[in-house]
Structures are given as C-alpha cells and as structure tokens.
Design a protein around this ligand. Sequence first.
Ligand code: GH3
Ligand code: MG
Ligand code: MG
Ligand code: MG
Length: 303
Amino acid sequence: MMALFDFQLANVLIVDDQVSNIQLIYQVLKDDYNVYMARSGTEAIDLIKSKRPDIILLDVYMPELTGLELCQILKADPYYSDIPIIFITSFTDPAQEVACWEAGGVDFVQKPINQLTLSRRVKAHLTLKFQADVLKHIANLDGLTGIYNRRYLDEQGAALFCHSQKQGEAFSVVMFDIDYFKGFNDQYGHLMGDDCLKAVAHCIKGLVSDEKEILVRYGGEEFILLISGKSKQQVGRLVDTICQAVSALKIPHESSGCSDFVSLSAGGLVCEHPERVELKSLIERSDVLLYQAKSEGRNRAVI
Ligand code: GH3
Ligand code: MG
Ligand code: MG
Ligand code: MG
C-alpha cells in the first residue's frame, strides 16, 4: 500500500485513441506522477494488469472497446473495481453524462481540457483513494500485534483459497496457540502478556512470506497461517521453524506445564485438492488437530 499523499509514486493511466489528447494530458501530469498511456481499451487492460494504476483518465469514444465498456469491465472485477476512473470527454448529449456515471466513473473533465481543472480533479480523487486505502488497511490490522486480524482472514483468506482452488495447488491451514498463556498472565500480569503476544506475533511474521501466505491473529493468543502451494513436507518444516523460533525467544514462563519458556502448540493440515472442500471446514479441522497437540502434551505440532 502506498503511503498517504505520496503522489510522486502514484501511477496514472491515460487512455485515449487520439495522440494529441494523450500528449496534452501527459504534459499536465508528467511532473507529478508516473504517467502511463494507452491508445485503446485493450492496450489499457494490459497496462492495468501490469502497472495497477491508482487512477485512470478515460476517453469515452474509442474504436473497438469504448471507455464506457472498459469502465464497466473494471467495475465488475473486485481486483480493479476500486481504481477511480475520470472520464475525459466532450459532452454534446446529456444522456452521455448519465451513461458515464452509470458505468461507474467518479468524475468528468470536459474537452477542451482546462489544465488546472484536470490537475485539481486528479489530485482530489487520488487523495480520496489513498485515504480510503489507509482506512481499509488499518481496519484489517490487529491493534495490539500489528499483524492482520480476523477480518482480513475473512476477506483475503477466501481470495487466497480461491486462487489455490483455481491453480489446483495444495492449500494449508495451521492454527497456533500459546501454551498455558492464562498462567503467564496470572504470573507476570496482563501488560507482560501483551508484550509476549507482540513478540510472538512479530517472530512468526518474520518467518512468513507475504506473497502466498497469510498470517492473522485469530483470537486472544491464537494465530492462523494460511499457505498456498506448499507440500506437506514444506509446511511441516515451516511450522517446526516457527515453533522453534518462538521457543528460542526464551521468554521465561515459570507456570508453563511444558517448558521453561513461552512455547506454541500447532495443529495444521495440508489439503492437496482444495477444490473439493470449504475453507471453513479446514479451519475447523486445524482446530481439532491443535486440540490434539495440546492433549498430547503441548509444545508440539500435529500436522
Ligand atoms: P492452553 O495451553 O490450553 O492453550 O492454555 P491457555 O492458558 O493458553 O488457554 P486459555 O484459553 O485458558 O487462556 C488463554 C488466555 O489468553 C486467557 C486470556 O486472558 C489471554 N489473553 C487473550 N487475549 C489476550 C490479550 O490480548 N492480552 C493478554 N495479556 N492476554 C490475553
Ligand atoms: Mg476518442
Ligand atoms: Mg487459546
Ligand atoms: Mg493457549
């Protein structure tokens, strides 16, 4: 996610079939943003996939794919629907204005282009977009540990699971739980308990790659890790590494019944054919395996 108001990093895409229009808009925006240009709807789609623009300036009338059609396509795709689209057009017919709103545009700039209006509109909509991104990002974070929260699991976990299903890749769910954490709080106090949770979360996060893995704080002292595309052996190794790394933090835990230091139990399963199951049932099954790890003595993983 881009830092708020970091406009120099914003990607702006101009889509117009007329080079003179593109050039004019480019001159207005080139000093403030990364500007990309496309001369047709299909060329634009390629650039949108590769550059993921923060805003699109879109001509209405183009041969083949029109601006209205391109806008509708993007608004129907959850991955691109939040990119604001400003239509650039000369209106002679009020019905066209209605069509632009209905297609999902956030604003218009009319030809002949007033340069100041264009730059102010782009800046205003980029500001709104970045503010919305920041709010969305914060809403997905756990306030104590700074890792993702359960809400993020509901949204992005489903997306990663779908990805695995489509790719036919293995999908794994691992649930971690700190051992005898109630005793830790009772002995050292809740503030130390909070510090312990932060240290454990930070430690696990450092061992997880962002791309095909999702780590969230699931509940009080429970964490869930979703993994796409790893074999059972690889998942087993990763889980062992995580549990050993948390033990290696050597956070003293005198009232633990299984170690001198804070430790984790884990329950996880690797699903070779995720297309046949539901994510919810995988999470439930990982919880059962976690319970098994607990009853077998804690400070261990059952995969
Ligand atoms: P087990 O080994 O079976 O997991 O035992 P446990 O004591 O860890 O499990 P239990 O579910 O009995 O206790 C979990 C404790 O986690 C109780 C609760 O006070 C503590 N906890 C949950 N969220 C927080 C938090 O945000 N901060 C602190 N300090 N403690 C928390
Ligand atoms: Mg045109
Ligand atoms: Mg628990
Ligand atoms: Mg516990």
